[in-house]
Write a protein that binds this ligand. Structure first.
Ligand code: NAD
Length: 289
């Protein structure tokens, strides 16, 4: 049994702490909200009056908080976790914060002699409830090994992202992809509706092409990731298709702002003499500029 402290018992943290308890470990929680602490007690956990008190005697301290400023305050501020941490305790921050904030927390903890793992979470609060979260972890391999059994209580996938701070960096890359594709998905389904297409049919069609399958698992491994830029589908043709849709959208008065921004990248490729390359040449171009 590991003695755990858990700071931040909100939508994610409450469920995750509950899953650590189910795994047979003791979890003393702290949250700014009294209701959250009561819910944690109802799940079989203990609570403390401050983060520092919660961490007293804990071997591993988890934080799952809204943003970097709050993470910093909950660890280093008055009554913060670091003031209660015993020698050898490891802090695992699972919050989504910026790389520089993660690096700052790691440096502050190192000054006091503590190790840290950044372990932001992929997937949703439903996965947090069912213990099927995905963790993108950053830290020294031996530190990750010491907390791995606890991550396994909360998730089914743990990916070592390659060193301190790399978990947070992976998380922001992942979320940039998903937040951007969410916006483009909304605009394109709205465009499809405006053209009078049946939405289910549009989804069926796009689910069977790179449009819905995603380039990373289709066109990229087939071409640019192998260093092959010979055209399976050339930039000039892709740009022609993009323009057809942009003109149509203009006539219909529907917004395609994400696709307009994408068109600029195709123009850049054409201006760089890549018009007859495979359309995945965009990645090659960006890497070389
Ligand atoms: P939340 O707002 O539901 O929970 C945050 C908790 O922190 C709240 O209970 C709040 O009272 C508590 N808190 C705030 N300041 C505090 C302090 N100083 N000391 C102690 N407790 C404090 O947020 P959430 O959805 O649980 O998300 C937590 C983190 O996980 C965020 O960084 C979020 O971006 C990330 N995340 C969320 C999801 C999701 O689906 N909700 C998925 C992946 C990652």
């Amino acid at each position: 049994m590991t003695k755990v402290a858990f700071i931040g018992l909100g939508t994610m943290g409450l469920a995750m702490a509950g899953n650590i308890i189910k795994g047979g470990h003791s979890v003393t929680g702290f949250d700014a909200s009294a209701d959250a602490m009561e819910s944690h007690r109802n799940n079989g956990g203990d609570t403390a009056a401050s983060a520092a008190e919660a961490t007293d005697g804990a071997e591993v301290v988890f934080s799952m908080l809204p943003n970097g400023k709050i993470v910093h305050q909950a660890i280093f501020g008055e009554g913060g976790a670091v003031h209660g941490m015993a020698d050898g305790a490891i802090l695992v921050d699972m919050s989504t914060i910026s790389p520089s904030e993660t690096d700052g927390v790691r440096a502050g903890l190192a000054e006091k002699g503590f190790d840290m793992v950044d372990a932001p979470v992929g997937r949703t609060s439903d996965n947090a409830k069912t213990g099927t979260s995905l963790f993108m972890v950053g830290g020294a391999a031996e530190t990750i090994a010491k907390v791995r059994h606890l991550l396994d209580c909360m998730g089914d996938t743990v990916i070592d992202c390659g060193g301190p701070g790399m978990g947070t960096r992976m998380k922001i890359v992942n979320n940039l992809m998903s937040t951007t594709t969410n916006a483009v998905t909304a605009q394109i389904l709205n465009f499809s509706d405006a053209l009078g297409l049946d939405r289910d049919l549009s989804i069926e069609v796009m689910s069977g092409t790179p449009a819905g399958k995603g380039h990373m698992s289709t066109t990229y491994p087939a071409k640019v990731l192998k260093g092959d830029l010979s055209p399976a589908f050339m930039v000039n043709l892709a740009k022609k298709d993009l323009d057809i849709a942009l003109v149509q959208a203009e006539e219909l008065g529907v917004p395609l702002t994400v696709s307009k921004a994408a068109a600029e990248v195709y123009v850049e490729a054409q201006e760089a003499g890549r018009g007859t390359d495979d359309w995945t040449t965009l990645y090659d171009m960006l890497r070389k500029t």
